[in-house]
Ligand binder design. Structure first.
Ligand SMILES: [Zn+2]
Length: 131
């Protein structure tokens, strides 16, 4: 197996435009080889892979993303926000039963006392139900 360059090493000084230009040139070369008589099918496979790579990188570039680090950052932000939305949904939109302790109701989220029949906890905003 051939040694792979460390990530970022070869792309560090190459902008997205240059990378796409280079891949496009590689694709054109592979395409011309693939059209030769009795061409090895590997050239067509290269064309297909390069087209897919160009398409992915173009989509990232369209969103203003220029390298692998920015790609990971955006995805991490997205996942963090998705978790936050899920937590907010669970807290404010999903009912939970108040907990009765010593004949007084308590919020299942923050444990403060809540009056019977209230739809939200006045302390933390948790949606209540099951009355
Ligand atoms: Zn509460």
């Amino acid at each position: 197996m051939s040694e792979r360059p460390t990530e970022g090493m070869n792309t560090m000084h190459m902008g997205m435009d240059e990378i796409l230009q280079q891949l496009s040139s590689l694709k054109d070369n592979s395409e011309s080889f693939s059209k030769e008589k009795d061409a090895d099918p590997i050239w067509q496979a290269d064309v297909t892979a390069l087209e897919a790579a160009i398409s992915i990188l173009s989509a990232l570039q369209d969103e203003g993303i220029n390298d692998a680090e920015e790609t990971r950052d955006i995805i991490e932000d997205y996942r963090r926000q998705a978790k936050q939305i899920e937590r907010m949904h669970t807290k404010y939109e999903v009912k939970a039963w108040p907990i009765k302790k010593d004949s007084v109701y308590h919020c299942p989220e923050c444990n403060h006392r809540v009056p019977p029949k209230h739809t939200y906890c006045h302390w933390c905003g948790k949606k209540l139900g099951g009355w």
